[in-house]
Structures are given as structure tokens and as C-alpha cells.
Ligand binder design. Structure first.
Ligand code: SGN
Ligand code: CA
Length: 505
């Protein structure tokens, strides 16, 4: 196994020491690579995100440590796995310890002005930012409340993606221009229940989306997949998710809409309700119909967010900030768009294990760069610190990926194993606890609660992860070797719980 040793200062670090770059991170929620045209998606066009990739770089193999919202945000800010930063799941009562070392605090100590605006989800209030305005918990799409720094909660009129951009641009315009900035724009889109902006309703009505080949997966040989509760068929809700039969006079997410928004929604989804009546007694037709509706809502929500990303880029460039600003678009994790019959995330299978990551830094990253090395969200904090010429604390667990950007293909010592650990069980989707590794060729997963099970996938020949090879004698040597690597990797990242579990069996 190879680990990375960067001994000398890179070019970007030397430059950063003279003039520190601004850093703008657009951090969305549940927005997955399969729906982004820069990643080859044919489902929709995402010109805003694609522009960052075109003018900078796209990481084709970008992963998370734990495919869940709050844990992912904690990883971003600390550069550490959940078992080290203390936040392993979203469960009520689990609170992020904001007093610990975090990216924004280190940047602040090095002259940066820092802000987080939008979805936050870490339960405790942000610490170490000069400014924040956050959605409480998951937040709402229409007329959302935001918590302000004086701890008051205010309801704002508007659609969440537009408001988050308004607040972010406003902060940028009013910031102290004598300092470099670090701004995180925390998007709520594309989180469940996928409520599009009114102007995007019907944007995909002419499309007939291709069904994923494993939409009707029967989960043979994969016990955790058999027992989950996140299918389009059984888990997706008619009222809340598919917007059928909605009573707009009731309080809640629909009740927050303005009268004209309610009218537009009612008109649009009444038509969907008529379609539902035609398919509701045919179980196969019903799943296919729900899949199409889910795609339309999710992609329409993504469309509104992507338009806002274009808007933020336009304004940033118009403010003369293009040259000296690192712009990143990423999400807290990926998502299932019907693959395995699912929505949601959590599993170490590709669709939710991956997350988009594109980065622009004119003059430092060659436009149109495409990076194949495997990065993981523990890398974000150390990489940003390095690019800003700031020493990376030794206890951060990620690696600096800046050298990959300077001369794509020239770094010979990058990691060849990605480590994952997911904890949240049983609520809300009954996905068993598991940890594992992925190499370029294989994925080994150990499920440990409530059931004990191992899974092995050949990632070159079974990209959809349908065939668990763990009991195939042909792979005995491969499995032994991967188990050794899994132990070494868990030890490297100090995951004592995983090590103990492997010792017990
Ligand atoms: C809510 C959703 C779940 C989702 C979690 C976590 N249910 O509980 O479907 O998995 O959030 O999402 S909902 O009925 O409230 O929509 S995360 O992105 O915050 O991790
Ligand atoms: Ca999320």
C-alpha cells in the first residue's frame, strides 16, 4: 500500500505564500455524479457545474468516507474520519463538537475572512466563522427559516437555492476586501423531497428516462441490500415525495408556499395525479411511473441549483475575483437514481460512495484537466490549506491533492486504496453498518450490524455491483490479500472499532 509523502513546497504553495487565494466552495446535498453532464450524464445538462470543470479540473474518482450528510460535513471541516472527529451519523442527539480544530479556524488564524451560508446540519452552531447564516436542520425549500448569528430564526420569502445565492453574493460584496476569503455556499438542493422552483416545474416532462438495468434488482447474495428500506417501490411516499393528493392548506412544506406557488404546484401535480390513477393497480407500471416522476422532480430541483451556480460564477467573475479564487463544486455524497431500485444513499456501492468534485483556479489548474486518481473528502481540508500555503496539521488524515492538479499524471505515489465506514442503523432507511475498501479493481465490504456478511465485487467487470464473489473459490487469494489491506488501512486511519471487529471474526 502506498501513502503519500510530499516533501517539498509545490509551485502553488510558493505562489500562495505571496498572494493567498480566495476559496469558494459550493457544497450541495445529495447531488450525484450520474446527473451531472460534466460526468457524462445524458439525463440533463448542468452548465454551471460543467463550467467549473471546463475552466479547471474534474476529479473522476472522488469518494466520501461515510455517505451521509452531517458526517460528510464534519469530515470536510476537520480532514478526519468520523471516528476521529466524533460525528459518525445523523442520529438525534449526536452533536458535532465545534470546539475542535477546523479548516475555517486555521484559515482565520492565517488572515482569512470566513463564512458558511445555507445548509449546515451539524446540529451545534458553527464555530470559528466570521459570518454564518444557516438553515435549521434540513431546512425548507419554500420560505425557509435561517438561523442568524445572533441566534434569531427568521423566515425569508423566496426559494431556497435563490436565497442562498442572494445571501452569499451579498456577503461577498460587503466583505473586507483587504483579506482573502473562504466562503462555503451550503445548498439544500437536491435533498429529498425534491421540491423544484416553480419556474422549473415540467422542465423534463418531454423526457422518458431510461430505466436503470438493475431497477428491479432482487439483491441475490447481498443480505444488507435485501433488508434496506429505501426503494422507489416501497419506501417512496405518494404524498411527501411524489406530491400526489396534496392538501396545500395544511401546514408543513407545502403550506409554506405562497398562494401563487401553491396554485402552480397544484396545477402541475394534479396532472401527475391523473397519471397515477391509470397505473396504480399495476405494480410494475407503478414503479416505472414513480421512477419517472422521481427523476423529473430531482432533476428539476438540480436545474434550479445549477442555474444559481452559473449566477454565482458570473457575479464572481464580474467582481474581478476570477483569477485569484479557487472555486469548488462538490456534494456531501452521491445518491441512487433508481439503481438497485433505490433512492437515498448510505451504501458503499458506487452511486452513493462517489461524490462530484470539480475545481477551478485560473493560472494554476490547466482548463479541462481530468484527474483519475482516487480522492476522498478527508483530502479537502489539507489540500485547501496547502494551496493557501498554510502548514497542514499533522492530525488531519487526508492528503494534499494539489500536486495532482499541477501536473496531472506526474504523481507516482498517490493512494491506491479508499477506506469507508458507515454507521447509521436502523433509522431512517435500515442500511446495515459496514466498512470496507475499494481499489481500482475490487471492492471488499464488511457488514457487521445487524447481520455479519462480507461482499466482494469486481469493479472492472461488474460495475453495477450485482454479483457478490465472496464465496467464489477463484477469489480466495484476492480476498485474503484484500482483507490484509483492509486491516492495514483501518489501522492507518486508527479505526479501532473496525480492527476489533475483524479480530473477532
Ligand atoms: C431525512 C430524509 C431521509 C434521508 C435523511 C438524511 N427523510 O431523514 O430520506 O436519508 O434525511 O439525509 S425525509 O422524510 O425527511 O425526507 S442527509 O442528506 O441529511 O444525510
Ligand atoms: Ca446529504
Amino acid at each position: 500500500m502506498k501513502w503519500i509523502f510530499i516533501l517539498c513546497l509545490s509551485v502553488s504553495q510558493l505562489i500562495a505564500q505571496t498572494r493567498k487565494p480566495n476559496i469558494l466552495v459550493i457544497f450541495s446535498d445529495d447531488h450525484t455524479q450520474q446527473t451531472i453532464s460534466a460526468y457524462g450524464s445524458r439525463l440533463m445538462q448542468t452548465p454551471g457545474i460543467d463550467r467549473i470543470a471546463k475552466e479547471g479540473a474534474i476529479f473522476r474518482n472522488s469518494f466520501v468516507t461515510n455517505s451521509l450528510c452531517a458526517p460528510s460535513r464534519a469530515v470536510f471541516l476537520t480532514g478526519k474520519y468520523g471516528h476521529m472527529n466524533g460525528l459518525i451519523d445523523n442520529s438525534p442527539g449526536r452533536r458535532f463538537d465545534g470546539s475542535q480544530q477546523q479548516l475555517q479556524k486555521i484559515l482565520g488564524q492565517n488572515g482569512y475572512q470566513t463564512a458558511w451560508i445555507g445548509k449546515w446540519h451539524l446540529q451545534t452552531l458553527p464555530q470559528g466563522f466570521d459570518f454564518w447564516r444557516i438553515l435549521p436542520d434540513q431546512g425548507h425549500y419554500f420560505q425557509p427559516d435561517f438561523i442568524n448569528m445572533n441566534n434569531d430564526t427568521t423566515r425569508y420569502t423566496g426559494y431556497v437555492s435563490n436565497l442562498i445565492s442572494d445571501f452569499s453574493l451579498d456577503w461577498l460584496k460587503k466583505r473586507d476586501t483587504s483579506k482573502p476569503f473562504f466562503l462555503v455556499v451550503g445548498e439544500k438542493a437536491t435533498h429529498r423531497e425534491w421540491l423544484p422552483d416553480v419556474r422549473d416545474l415540467g422542465a423534463f416532462d418531454d423526457e422518458d428516462f431510461p430505466l436503470p438495468r438493475n431497477l428491479f434488482d432482487r439483491y441475490e447474495g447481498r443480505i444488507a441490500a435485501q433488508k434496506q428500506d429505501m426503494t422507489i417501490d416501497k419506501t417512496m411516499r405518494l404524498y411527501d415525495d411524489l406530491k400526489i393528493g396534496v392538501d396545500y392548506s395544511k401546514p408543513g412544506m407545502y403550506g409554506r408556499m405562497l398562494p401563487e406557488e401553491k396554485a402552480a404546484y397544484k396545477k402541475y401535480y394534479d396532472k401527475a395525479g391523473e397519471e397515477y390513477e391509470k397505473v396504480k393497480n399495476d405494480s410494475i407500471a407503478l414503479v416505472k411511473w414513480k421512477f419517472q416522476r422521481y427523476m423529473r422532480d430531482y432533476l428539476s430541483t438540480a436545474k434550479g441549483m445549477d442555474r444559481n451556480i452559473s449566477r454565482i460564477l458570473d457575479e464572481l467573475d464580474a467582481m474581478g475575483l476570477k483569477e485569484n479564487t479557487i472555486v469548488i463544486y462538490t456534494s456531501d455524497q452521491g445518491f441512487y437514481m433508481g439503481e438497485h431500485g433505490w433512492f437515498d444513499k448510505r451504501f458503499m456501492y458506487e452511486e452513493s460512495f462517489r461524490t462530484p468534485f470539480v475545481i477551478r483556479y485560473p493560472g494554476h489548474i490547466r482548463p479541462g484537466s481530468s484527474i483519475n486518481e482516487m480522492i476522498i473528502n478527508i483530502d479537502y481540508a489539507p489540500s485547501l490549506l496547502s494551496m493557501a500555503g498554510i502548514k497542514v496539521p499533522e492530525d488531519m488524515q487526508g492528503s494534499n491533492f494539489a500536486p495532482l492538479l499541477e501536473k496531472p499524471g506526474s504523481v507516482k505515489t498517490w493512494r491506491d486504496v479508499i477506506y469507508y465506514h458507515y454507521y447509521e442503523y436502523p433509522q431512517p432507511h435500515r442500511v446495515a453498518r459496514h466498512f470496507g475498501i475499494r481499489t481500482s479493481k475490487y471492492k471488499l465490504i464488511r457488514f457487521y450490524y445487524p447481520d455479519q456478511a462480507w461482499e466482494l465485487f469486481d469493479m472492472e467487470n461488474d460495475k453495477m455491483e450485482m454479483k457478490n464473489l465472496i464465496n467464489d473459490p477463484k477469489y480466495r487469494r484476492v480476498i485474503e490479500d484484500l482483507k490484509t489491506q483492509l486491516k492495514e488501512t483501518a489501522a492507518h486511519f486508527k479505526d479501532q472499532q473496525a480492527l476489533t471487529l475483524m479480530e473477532s471474526k
